[in-house]
Design a protein around this ligand. Structure first.
Ligand SMILES: Cc1ncc(COP(=O)(O)O)c(C=O)c1O
Length: 384
């Protein structure tokens, strides 16, 4: 049906109508007093969302741009960095670090499994000369639906004392509790088309005082992504370059909505949606790609064995106008992924589960007990 698309991918995520309407205004001058007020409000509310007093900087970039900025501003060529790689995005940060000639050591785990914090502890505690300058971790690995144990890995980074912790929170920020200041996270990157509930185009990086110390001596070349420029401008309620003004109008409304909902309620909603989705898939006899113990709050990856993943995905799209994500790289055709990030609620999950079940039946899979998926999701929503 025309204009009926329901996005259930891990980004872009659905955008509330009030946010869309807020963006449908004439842009104003980004050097005007009125726009300074917008930046001041956004900065204050971003700090609230990030649970930090650190700088939270806005870049005209996608999540990758935010992460690249977060990596290059605090390191120099030749620096020893440890990168966690258990999926597409961990792999990407290793590529970025190599592109800038850092001395990269990879801690790997199979796709679908979490990174082992013990491997980080071993490397960090053996580093008596403090040669490790940074540990780079993807918190929620979107390609597999795995949530890595950032809290424990960060604890070992803190025990090391020198290394910075640089976090890809692209699909965990605004979905999972990340107390930046309490945990002492140095650099946290994220992107607008995820938990922020606005379209793509803005990247966010939070920077700790310790990271700013490292910035002073870091020699990696940078210009547009030089975070010092963003800090100086943000301190004056301004931006170094022309920002995406209309996206920022949208962000104003989205952050106000999030504040009204409250952080705890946002996190528990994501937990509830994750559990309901997972229980429903189990009830339909569809195996989950990541274990319950490390389930991403943003995305559930499903690895059907008896029915082709792409057939389910395309039928759900064709029949119900619900867009699910496919697998990436070697997981193409092996898994489909259900997004439940940002502006996502119980109704969305019930609809998606019903659509998946109907599609399974239509595809001739007779292992489905009628209504089993909905019953499982409903039982989670009923608090059972
Ligand atoms: C965990 C994670 N990191 C980084 C990115 C890259 O973000 P972008 O596509 O906005 O550059 C994504 C995008 O899906 C992601 O899920």
């Amino acid at each position: 049906m025309e204009d009926k698309n329901m996005l259930m991918i891990p980004g872009p995520t659905p955008v509330p109508e009030s946010v869309l309407l807020a963006m449908a205004k004439h842009p104003i001058g980004h050097r005007s007093g009125d726009f300074s007020k917008v930046i001041a409000e956004l900065t204050e509310n971003l700090k609230w969302l990030h649970q930090t007093k650190n700088d939270v900087l806005m870049l005209t970039a996608s999540g990758t741009g935010a992460m690249e900025a977060g990596i290059i501003n605090f390191l120099s060529p030749g620096d020893r960095v440890i990168v966690g790689d258990n999926g597409k995005f961990g792999e990407r940060w290793a590529k970025v670090a190599k592109a800038f000639n850092f001395n990269v050591e990879i801690v790997k785990a199979e796709w679908g499994k979490p990174l082992d914090p013990e491997e980080f502890r071993a490397k960090l505690s053996a580093d008596k000369d403090k040669t490790i300058k940074a540990v780079i971790i993807t918190h929620s690995e979107t390609s597999t639906g795995v949530l890595n144990d950032l809290e424990t890995i960060n604890k070992y980074v803190k025990e090391h004392g020198e290394a910075l912790i640089i976090v890809d929170a692209v699909t965990s920020l605004g979905a999972f509790n990340i107390p930046t200041d309490e945990w002492g996270l140095d650099v946290v990157g994220s992107g607008s088309q995820k938990g922020y509930m606005i379209p793509p185009g803005l990247g966010f990086v939070s920077v700790s005082p310790k990271a700013w110390q490292a910035y002073k001596t870091a020699t990696t070349p940078r210009f547009y992504l030089d975070l010092g420029k963003y800090k100086k401008a943000t301190d004056e309620d301004s931006s170094p370059f022309t920002p995406p003004i209309n996206l920022m109008y949208g962000l104003q409304v989205a952050l106000q909505m999030m504040k009204r909902e409250g952080l705890e309620s946002i996190f528990s909603r994501h937990q509830r949606l994750t559990r309901a989705t997972r229980e429903a898939m189990k009830a339909l006899g569809l195996p989950l790609f990541a274990p319950d113990t490390c389930a991403s709050p943003a995305i559930t990856a499903v690895a059907p064995t008896v029915v082709d993943a792409e057939k389910i995905r395309s039928l759900v799209k064709k029949k119900f106008d619900i867009v699910l994500a496919g697998g990436q790289d070697h997981l193409k055709g092996q898994i489909f992924r259900i997004g439940h990030l940002g502006f996502s609620g119980e109704r969305d999950i019930l609809t998606a589960v019903a659509a998946i079940e109907t599609s399974l039946v239509e595809l001739g899979y007779d292992g489905v007990k009628s209504g089993a998926g909905i019953a499982a999701a409903a039982s989670v929503f009923a608090g059972k």
